[in-house]
Design a protein around this ligand. Sequence first.
Ligand code: FES
Length: 308
Amino acid sequence: MLPLVVSEIVRETPSIVSIRLAAPDGTALPPWQPGAHVDVQLITRHERQYSLCGDPADAHGYRIAVLREEFSRGGSHYIHSFLRVGSRVWVRPPRNLFTLSDAPAYHLLAAGIGITPILAMARHLAAEDADWRMTYLVRRREDVAFADDLAALGDRVTIHVGAEAGRLDLAELYAGLAPGTAVYACGPQRFVDALDDLARALPGGANLHVERFEPKPREFRPNEAFTVICARSDTTVEVPAERSMLGALHSAGVPVEGSCLRGICGSCEVTVLDGIPEHRDSLTGDDASMMMYPCVSRALSPTLVIDA
Ligand code: FES
């Protein structure tokens, strides 16, 4: 992990602060593209994922934004209450599971703190002179984060204030999109679930890409034990029904990273060489994918062979 320090804290709204992280000696940081996130570990050992919302051209700093959560699992509360300029944090280099694909047109949708990856995408698309629009949903006008950055992006950005305009009709928004539009959305679970549920109403060739803060709510069959053969480590690991595959791999000393442990960050990704994975994460779009996330995913076959 990279040892970084907080170089700036800006209050964006009553409940959101943005934070710039930099190397203590000011050296350049690993590059990133819009949609990327970093895993941030605090001195309290809390580890959380935050989308990068700054400018990729700022090679010496990463900007993230953090919402004060009413039911914080620790990270949000610590950051809002105790993090100061000069505080030390540890950061894994950026990883991008929400990349912009080529499309004739883009519609960016952000709700609340979901503005973070969407803002970086909007800046990029504006610089590329792409055909793009953004809709940003907030409850109250004072909840608009990065107001100056959004104003600089001009009239392609629509801010929908729920307290003034009521609920946004997502079906109507979808119906107004041009065929082939790539829709990128980030926000609270209810918002991305609603977009997912309506995805069949998208015009021809349009597709939806979402980034989630919480795992997709889904039901799975009861856990069963299975065997994992780690080809590179030449190790065989038994995964009991009551343990995660990642936990069993760690106990056996197999080096696989892990951060969110909820199937949303992608840090534990491994390649399946043989066998049938049961994808329980919120990242895999294709059930036949041979990339798997063992913090939550398991096996449909008695044995998996993985590249680890
Ligand atoms: S640790 Fe985050 S997806 Fe597995």
